[in-house]
Design a protein around this ligand. Sequence first.
Ligand code: NDP
Length: 255
Amino acid sequence: MTDYMKRFRLDGRTALVTGGARGIGLAACEALAEAGARVLLTDRDGKSAEASAETLRAKGHDVVAEPLEVTDPEAVEAFASRHPEIGVLVNNAGIARSNIPAEKMTDDEWRSVLDVNLNGLFWCCRSFGKRMLERKAGSIVNLGSMSGFIVNRPQEQAQYNASKAAVHQLTRSLAAEWAPRGVRVNAVAPTYIETEMTAYVYDDPTLMQHWIGGTPQNRMGRTDEIAAVILFLASDAASLMTGSIVLADGGYTCW
Ligand code: NDP
């Protein structure tokens, strides 16, 4: 097969994105829809999901909004049983709670991050992955982070870093289990991306200097630059890739 551009197309497939109302998730919805997928844009807040879906429909895309709280395994399972057709899953929902020294971290600050970033991601892989395995076809893209490889500085965020390292190893574990049954599982590991999650950096020039000064490309990333990697991994263009953790970090981990 040498019709390269066709391999990036997702016509006839249904894709689900968690945390899709804004940021990287919203850009991923747009990328997948542009490639021809029918997109289920989900977020824990159904109203913001609907508002974001409307902006994509206004551009002519096939996007439907539904609420989905990823930390609720019963809700995730119920959602998956209503949508057995999902062939692409982007586990994007995630939270960061930074500037918390480990020795001062409360139980809740630890648990809340692990609950969304790791547990929620696993509940989604389990419920949607099970149906993909039954159909012997599917592609899952998880949002890891360069924080799964390096320790960010100067902000302390041990729970976030640990959660993303766990996402990377979960990705590789599921990839190995499910490869013989037609389901690929990969992750993208971004650098600092311009979203609400990182917006606090604009109030702190010293912090900004740490971040971009540590990046060979000398800048933060944009959401569309991560969505492009998500689209690639989701599509048949990445048919030989499973268990890959793809860094998109402007070179941050080179230094
Ligand atoms: P944002 O904070 O901009 O958006 C995250 C979205 O996820 C929000 O709409 C949020 O909803 C939703 N969400 C949060 N918790 C849940 C939940 N329990 N169930 C369903 N939806 C939820 O994040 P980004 O776009 O910046 O990040 C997206 C992913 O990329 C995350 O996994 C993040 O860790 C990862 N990442 C981000 C980087 C960055 O620099 N921005 C770098 C590396 C990785 P609400 O508005 O209600 O909170």
